[in-house]
Design a protein around this ligand. Structure first.
Ligand code: SAH
Length: 575
């Protein structure tokens, strides 16, 4: 079964590359997927609907003829893109809103392949109803989406304004009295009105979490049947399911994976602490907790979640269902230094599943390939960090899932600590959840470009005196300089802040000496990356700006041609 809007693309296991050309290996390197020759891909036995994304590397006519021979089904087929053999263009052929457009944008950021996108909503920046994270859409999508793309009025009907997806805030006209075009937002179990649903779409928030338990030899059919029956008992179906949850040892069980849902997993020690109505000693004897299905779905549904169906069982499987509360979250997401290749998968999932994405405009551009037109994007100028954080807090307190985007790691000179400060000042700590999603900080990416300068003890210091008095920064530098620590300088020098870097290097030179090796890394993993090795004495301060990390080595730092590393003090066999 195909996964729609749950787990993030590109997942290497769910992507297939089809090509006879060796150039496809370049794509395989950034996507991580297997390459199949064209002929093998035409074999009707190739299970296409096991994949979320298929990338043809060949001429478009060849790909189109190949696809025409497959028996595809709109609900299940993967997104399909075609890249020409010179890697100049990537054409989105199928499933534009099921990962196709994102795949094209990902290939643009990683390999500079020009995307060819033909879906109107993406081109004119209109919200796409079938791309709204955590919502299921049904009805006359084509007409209502066309109407939105034309920026003409539509009518919004909702019982509860908190249920309305945030991206609809971006619609200019929501007050059409004629009600020819209607977007209806319902909790669940709602039906499209009338015989014909012309001009009418229904958006339903996915809020059910399936708790799954199964024995190691449970078949996919058995689990799937039990899931269908269990959902039927509460008048629900798979379109309302947000995710599945189970014990960690069942993470890769074929029956669990075959449901095609995002799977959250928990250890026996976590599950054991959850109060459940039907604990079982037999289960405890086998896996070390008295409940898997009930406990896992309650954990998966997070704070405020409640059990809506107690444990159901078949011979080898158990299913329970919990419902999430309409409780917001702020994920403070680190997107790494720049390239998508240095992003964590968890941060990609957080970016893709957020309803509201907030960040400095430059950072939103860096992660554009992971965002969708179903999200409300709020981009800010540099400097208005408090406004940004407060907006994230207010949106989450109203029930939204928010990604607050930071470069590198969100806990390193970034927004995570400010978020905790502001939620306490605004007395909103209880009204939403916070998740800090780590990223690769600039120092680690910088060091890796040229060896291993951070191989031993090191310290970070920011030279920005906007928030810390310069006297304190200087005092710290004077104390650290005589130690063996390599020293990483963030925010080293800007147009209006230049003497600090000069003074810092003077301190380092007077204590560590002019010969001390230095790594300078600019725009790491971004367009225009430049890195070089020098010494404090030879460092040209004019080359240092706010997109640069400067790392000053310690006494154990060694330069070996184009590599700089810090020894860890190992003794060789002859010592
Ligand atoms: N949270 C970020 C740091 C923000 S402070 C992180 O963990 O990386 C901003 C400073 O980080 C910049 O002035 C620069 O010194 C450094 N920086 C961030 N990204 C960088 C990159 N791609 N290349 C070089 N330096 C970078």
């Amino acid at each position: 079964m195909n996964t729609v809007g749950q787990d993030f693309y590109p997942s290497s296991e769910k992507t297939l590359i089809i090509s006879n050309s060796s150039i496809a290996e370049k794509i395989s390197k950034v996507v991580g997927a297997k390459i199949l020759p064209l002929k093998a891909a035409l074999d009707p036995q190739t299970p296409f609907n096991r994949f979320e994304l298929v990338i043809y590397v060949c001429a478009v006519p060849i790909a189109v003829r190949a696809i025409a021979k497959l028996q595809l089904d709109k609900a299940k087929d993967p997104a399909i893109v075609c890249v020409d053999e010179t890697l100049a263009h990537c054409v989105v052929l199928l499933g534009a809103h099921k990962g196709g457009n994102q795949a094209a944008r990902y290939l643009e950021t990683t390999l500079n392949i020009q995307p060819v996108i033909t879906t109107a909503s993406d081109l004119i920046g209109a919200p796409a109803l079938d791309q709204i994270p955590n919502y299921h859409v049904q009805g006359d999508l084509a007409s209502v989406q066309r109407r939105i793309n034309e920026t003409k009025p539509v009518t919004l009907i909702a019982n509860d304004s908190k249920e309305v997806p945030k991206v609809l805030d971006a619609l200019p006209n929501l007050d059409d009295n004629r009600q020819d075009y209607v977007i209806e937002v319902e909790r669940h179990g709602a039906h499209l009105r009338g015989e014909s649903n012309k001009g009418h779409v229904l958006l339903t928030k996915r809020r059910l979490v399936l708790g799954l338990g199964c024995s190691s030899d449970c078949s996919p059919d058995e689990l799937s049947q039990l899931v269908q029956n269990s959902l039927g008992m509460i008048n629900a179906d798979l379109t309302q399911v947000l995710s599945a949850a189970t014990i960690d040892i069942r993470k890769s069980h074929p029956a669990v994976l075959s449901l095609g849902l995002e799977v959250k997993t928990y250890g026996a020690d976590q599950l054991r602490n959850v109060q459940v109505p039907n604990p079982s000693q037999v289960v405890d004897d086998v896996v070390g907790t008295t409940s898997v299905a009930e406990a896992a779905c309650l954990l998966g549904a997070s704070v405020g979640g409640k059990l809506v169906l107690e444990k159901q069982r078949s011979a080898k499987a158990t299913v329970a269902i919990a419902q999430t509360q309409n409780r917001g979250t702020v994920s403070v997401v680190g997107i790494g230094p720049g390239s998508p290749l240095l992003r964590t998968r968890k941060s990609e999932i957080a970016l893709r599943t957020a309803e509201v994405v907030i960040g400095f405009e430059g950072y939103l551009n860096l992660c554009d390939d992971a965002l969708t037109p179903g999200q409300l994007r709020l981009s800010y100028k540099i400097g208005d960090e408090i406004e940004r954080v407060d907006r994230a807090i207010n949106e989450a307190a109203n029930g939204a899932t928010v990604a607050l985007v930071c470069s590198g790691d969100p806990g390193v000179y970034a927004m995570a600590s400010l978020l905790f400060e502001r939620r306490s000042i605004l007395a909103k700590a209880e009204s939403f959840d916070v998740e800090v999603v780590p990223g690769v900080t600039a120092a680690l990416a910088a060091a890796s470009t040229s060896g291993a300068i951070l191989g031993h003890d090191h310290a970070y210091i920011s030279l920005s005196d906007l928030l810390t008095p310069w006297a304190l920064i200087k005092e710290a530098l004077i104390k650290i300089a005589p130690t063996h620590l390599a020293l990483i300088f963030y925010n080293p020098r800007s147009k209006n802040r230049q003497h600090q870097f000069r003074e810092a290097m003077e301190i380092m030179q007077s204590i560590r000496g002019a010969e001390t090796p230095v790594l300078v890394a600019k725009a790491v993993s971004r367009v225009g990356q430049r890195t070089w090795i020098t010494s404090i004495g030879n460092l040209d301060e004019e080359t240092i700006d706010m997109e640069t990390v400067v790392i000053v080595g310690g006494p154990w730092t060694v330069v070996d041609k184009d590599v700089i590393y810090t020894r860890r003090g190992y003794k060789g066999p002859s010592d």
